[in-house]
Write a protein that binds this ligand. Structure first.
Ligand code: UD1
Length: 352
């Protein structure tokens, strides 16, 4: 069986590393990794391949940045060429980025089977490019690997139950595996040197970075917090904050590799983020999270007060950060063997 995995952005490298490590154990399966080039800076891409032991991509499409149409269109054209030549049995896509959409569309149009990992998430906010990407990917895929019961219920309500397989969250598998490998030596220098109490923050979503008012509100709230705020900053956001005054308690650093991010997460007091993945990693690490968006797809994290949707509301951010760490936590994201279950599905399809 031949599988072509399409990746392009940070969270996909992290999830694909975990599935790919297990796929490699099965001689009956050949996997080729295609990198769209959506993320291209070394600290957004290369570092993940080296430190997560993800096999180097067979092909890098070098698509790079651009408007959504241009970026996605170029990807589809180039992926179609590869798929026509390689004729894989399956195309495996992850999450909700433009790379996910392009991989799924190119394959479906060629009648190649599509497998979508992290299916069934919805924010019900179509202003997010990610929402459009995942709805389309879910509806044109042949198998949907579903992370949570909530996501499965959503897929059922959209009539997609027969293609859905509840396997648990691959991100949880990845987190468990790499948290065991991450230690203080991976800490960013600023944290190692100064040994301070800090909040860990990230901001990169288009809805925040492309809206000057929201971006200003977020950085004003950070400046009013009672501790240092360490922000490993996405290059997109770095470009957009050029004209903002950044107060002294905000420390902007380069984007971190995964082991460094986990090390920083272990040491931080709380997390403020608009990332999907980091909301859950905070939950796994039992760190309270403030989500800098108007909604979250990961609704389970809200239970018992591990995560609060605070949007760009300065007063709400300042109030919520003071809340105590919750006393209990339920488990929602599977047993850490989601990748095994995904691979089992593929092995069961060999010779069928
Ligand atoms: C993408 C995904 C988002 C995911 C995120 C993870 C889409 C629509 N969004 O958002 O779902 O959570 O990845 O990080 O696919 N840039 C660089 N260097 C890089 C990569 C990007 O400078 O290595 C800059 C470029 O100016 C680019 C901008 O960041 O235009 C945005 O990058 P893009 O890949 O479009 O989306 P992300 O914001 O990273």
């Amino acid at each position: 069986m031949k599988i072509i995995t399409i990746v392009g952005a940070r969270p996909q490298f992290i999830k694909a590393a975990t599935v790919s490590r297990i796929l490699r154990n099965y001689p009956g399966i050949i996997e080729h990794i295609v990198h769209t080039g959506q993320h291209y800076d070394d600290n957004m891409s290369a570092v993940f391949f080296s430190e997560l032991d993800l096999p180097q991509p067979s092909i890098n499409l070098n698509v790079g940045s651009g408007s959504h149409g241009k970026q996605t269109g170029q990807m589809i054209e180039k992926i179609e060429e590869i798929l026509s030549k390689e004729k894989p049995d399956w195309v495996l896509v992850y999450g909700d980025t433009n790379s996910t959409l392009a991989g799924a569309l190119a394959a479906a149009k060629l009648h190649i089977k599509v497998a979508h990992v992290e299916a069934g998430l919805r924010s019900y906010n179509k202003h997010m490019p990610e929402e459009i990407n995942r709805i389309v990917a879910d509806h044109i895929s042949d198998i949907l690997f579903v992370p949570t019961q909530h996501a499965l219920d959503i897929l059922k309500s959209e009539g997609l139950e027969k293609n859905s397989l509840l396997v648990g969250d691959v991100m949880f598998d990845s987190f468990r595996y790499f948290a065991a490998k991450s230690s203080d030596e991976h800490l960013p220098e600023i944290i190692r040197k100064e040994n301070m109490e800090f909040y860990l923050a990230t901001v990169h979503r288009a809805e925040n970075t492309d809206n000057t008012e929201r971006l200003k509100n977020l950085f004003t709230a950070f400046s009013m917090l009672d501790k240092t705020v360490i922000i490993p900053l996405h290059p997109r956001t770095r470009k957009m904050i050029k004209n903002l005054k950044i107060s002294d308690n905000i420390k902007i650093i380069e984007p971190l590799g995964y082991l460094s991010m986990i090390a920083a997460l272990k040491k931080c007091e709380k997390v403020l983020t608009d990332s999907g993945g980091l909301q859950k990693e905070a939950f796994f690490m039992k760190k309270p999270c403030l989500t800098l968006r108007s909604e979250t797809e990961w609704v389970e994290t809200l239970i018992d007060g591990w995560n609060y949707v605070v949007n760009d509301n300065i007063d709400l951010i300042l109030e919520t950060i003071k809340l105590p760490v919750p006393a209990k936590q339920e488990s929602f994201y599977g047993d850490g063997n989601a990748a095994e279950k995904i691979v089992k599905f593929f092995t069961s399809m060999i010779n069928r």
